[in-house]
Design a protein around this ligand. Sequence first.
Ligand SMILES: NC(=O)c1ccc[n+]([C@@H]2O[C@H](COP(=O)([O-])OP(=O)(O)OC[C@H]3O[C@@H](n4cnc5c(N)ncnc54)[C@H](O)[C@@H]3O)[C@@H](O)[C@H]2O)c1
Length: 330
Amino acid sequence: MQISRILVIGGAGYVGSHFSFFAMNNGLHVTVMDNLSKGHRSALHCSEFVQADLLDYDNFMKLLSNHKYDAIFHFAASCLVGESVLDPAQYYRNNVLAAFNMLEAMRRTGHDKIVFSSTCAVYGHPVKLTLNEGHPKAPISPYGRTKLAIEWMLEDYNVAYGIKSAQLRYFNAAGCEPDSGLGEDHRPETHLIPNVVRFVLGLSNELTIFGDDYPTRDGTCVRDYIHVMDLADAHLKACAKLNSIPVIRLNLGTGEGFSNLEVVDSVRRISRVNITPNFGPRRPGDPAELVADASAAKRDLDWKPSRSNLDSIVTEVIKWFSSWPRGYPN
Ligand SMILES: NC(=O)c1ccc[n+]([C@@H]2O[C@H](COP(=O)([O-])OP(=O)(O)OC[C@H]3O[C@@H](n4cnc5c(N)ncnc54)[C@H](O)[C@@H]3O)[C@@H](O)[C@H]2O)c1
């Protein structure tokens, strides 16, 4: 079945807004629902916008009772690893309880397709690199545990109620669409690339690299950066695949890792500004190295990341912050 009308929950956020933009460009009718707790009105690219909180079950039931969507894309979550250690209740509420509300409303209104933003944080410390989908799941933060709990919930809801799900485990989402006014603007920002870029552009005073004593090639953490538009492409492909496979779990990454210092070096080369980062202590919940084995996604979805080159990602992020130094207007 071709999909034409979709609901994007969390579509005012970083990944969700880029996905909505991609879906609109692919001719879909896109309804975004977001409570704007973290998202930005100026990031919206959609046919219609509903400002609502997924924790409000009655309201969500009303939305799904009055509208029929061919698929639901669920990006909304609390997603700061460190914060999840300090306040797990917020994470179990806004991630697990909200997803439970969503699934309950879906099954009661006959909506049976969901594409869910999961994360490589479900794996915990790698016992073997690169990480494939069969790697043991031992998340080391409440954030990762809430995502794994939702994956289990999705599996059970398929067996019992026939709800089909694509559970996409992103590695580090990066890059943007500066020519269309779309960027990465988390507040607070914990991601390295926007933080290094803001520092070289003089938009922040301090740059801290957390940990320089990891067992990696230069002592700093190694991550796999996947472009948000490559993620968007994989979402539509995964959704189409649900017609033949009811539960899909796939890593979305490139298979190549860059250390924090290699990212800093890329920004230094492209901006031609010398950078001296401070080194701080390791952050709780940060494994040394997270690099995807994404061969299953490439094979099963016929997906080929085409925009996930580190230097071009950095160039785009510099372009976006040069145009929007304060980020999105509130
Ligand atoms: N950014 C990454 O590198 C990354 C990596 C792995 C997984 N993920 C997952 O991808 C998803 C999107 O990440 P992001 O970086 O775009 O986050 P984000 O914070 O930019 O976007 C989340 C959006 O959801 C909205 N939201 C949150 N709670 C809500 C609720 N209860 N009701 C309605 N709207 C709500 C926020 O306002 C925001 O617009 C998250 O589920 C995250 O866990 C992101």
